[in-house]
Design a protein around this ligand. Structure first.
Ligand SMILES: Cc1cc2nc3c(=O)[nH]c(=O)nc-3n(C[C@H](O)[C@H](O)[C@H](O)COP(=O)(O)OP(=O)(O)OC[C@H]3O[C@@H](n4cnc5c(N)ncnc54)[C@H](O)[C@@H]3O)c2cc1C
Length: 385
């Protein structure tokens, strides 16, 4: 079997679409802390956000690497796919563990754009990285679960109809693992918003539409539980490799954008009567960033190849995320330095992308936790937490 990791047609299509959403569009959204609705609507209309939904449910039925190509291209053009990437990275949980009834009731609507699945409620103020310590509860009452608790950093909740929610349905059973007793739900937020669900925006250093959620006896029908009660953490875990790879693709796109901007500006800008790119002090950081980006890209391609061959690329997906996030940050540093003072002026978009690229050292998984994964699962050192 051969793997088309280039997806050139898809890249060309996304690049064309992105031409209508240039730097000034993203600057305006950033300035007003506004959700890029027009951009997300166009992506939906052209089918890109249904990339990973099987054709049987109205989606494009494309591979994960095709999803990665879409996200990478958005970032390579200077945009930000964070406004809509959750629809891709939560899809694995629904496709792999959702019932046929759930797929029939949600996927066609998501594919057509009538429904948005953009919210993923896992992190809480008190638990953070230690997901098993989350406090939100779901107690069964008749034919529904009653949810109480809160989430933090639930991005895009104000711009989504549905949310994948992780909550505790029982205490950790005697002799069980800390992650036992957690369950996953598809919550239709339209039915409960303003009543038992309160959404409060959280202002951040970049435009990310992230929020805090409060659940006050929020009812969710039992049929909206994904898979079996108490096994939700492993359902979320099975989607982690895909999430790491999709975010890595965005970081590769960011790195390519920064490198291109730095290269072009360095060749144009003349100081002391010659282009600044003639100085090795300017060239070398850009060349180093390019080297890091290419290594990360090869690792990511390997992760996609293994994933699409049905293997488990735990090591490769984690390394790809780590290296891509580092490469994009290295490229961001080289770029802002190359631009000098102009890098700080909003009109060049460098400072905006610089703020946006920094997130991927922390979320959706921090660099430290990836290093812990490599140390424990690849190098077989003792677990540190
Ligand atoms: C803009 C933004 C959007 C987000 N969107 C979402 C979302 O949509 N849904 C969602 O569920 N979450 C989301 N998150 C949350 C994100 O996944 C968490 O911020 C991240 O997992 C880290 O958790 P924390 O912030 O609580 O940090 P903490 O857990 O408090 O950790 C703080 C620091 O300590 C480090 N640390 C903690 N434990 C260890 C250890 N054992 N070894 C080494 N280092 C350690 C961490 O790596 C981190 O650097 C988002 C976060 C941000 C900032």
């Amino acid at each position: 079997m051969t793997y088309d990791l280039d997806h050139q047609d898809i890249r060309d299509g996304v690049a064309r679409l992105c031409q209508d959403f240039a730097g000034d569009y993203w600057q305006a959204c950033d300035k007003d802390d506004a959700y890029p609705s027009a951009f997300v609507n166009r992506l939906t209309e052209e089918g890109y956000l249904s990339a990973l939904i099987p054709e049987a449910y109205g989606g494009l039925g494309l591979s994960l690497s095709a999803g990665g190509a879409i996200l990478e291209e958005i970032h390579r053009s200077g945009g930000n796919a964070a406004a809509c990437h959750a629809q891709m990275y939560t899809m694995g949980t629904v496709l792999r563990h959702g019932s046929e009834v759930q797929k029939q009731s949600f996927l066609p609507g998501i594919a057509s754009g009538d429904l948005r699945l953009q919210a993923f409620g896992v992190t809480e103020p008190g638990s953070g990285t230690d997901t098993s310590a989350l406090k939100t509860t779901a107690r069964k009452q008749g034919d529904q679960y009653i949810i109480n608790g809160q989430k933090l950093w639930t991005s895009r909740a104000e711009h989504s109809d549905l949310m994948i929610l992780l909550a505790r349905t029982s205490d950790v059973p005697e002799g069980g693992k800390k992650t036992d007793g957690l369950s996953v739900f598809i919550v239709d937020m339209r039915e409960v918003l303003g009543q038992s669900l309160t959404i409060r925006p959280v202002s951040t250093m970049m435009n990310h539409s992230t929020t805090q959620l409060f659940f006050d006896d929020m009812p969710v029908p039992c049929e909206n539980m994904i898979g079996e009660e108490g096994k939700g953490f492993r359902y979320i875990l099975t989607g982690m490799n895909a999430e790491r790879m999709l975010i890595a693709a965005e970081c590769i796109g960011d790195a390519k954008w920064f490198i291109q901007q730095a290269r072009d500006y360095g060749c144009e800008r003349e100081v002391f009567g010659r282009p600044i790119a003639r100085n090795q002090g300017i060239q070398f950081p850009i060349a180093r960033a390019y080297s890091a980006m290419r290594s990360a890209e090869l690792m990511l391609n390997e992760a996609f190849r293994m994933y699409e061959a049905g293997q488990n690329p735990g090591e490769e997906a984690n390394l790809a995320k780590l290296q891509s996030a580092d490469a994009s940050w290295q490229a961001a540093e080289a770029c802002i330095q190359t631009f000098g003072g102009f890098g700080f002026a909003t009109e060049y978009n460098i400072e905006r992308k610089y703020r946006e690229a920094r997130l991927y050292q922390v979320a959706p998984i921090s660099t430290n936790l990836i290093l812990s994964y490599i140390a424990e699962h690849v190098l077989k050192m003792p677990r540190s937490y």
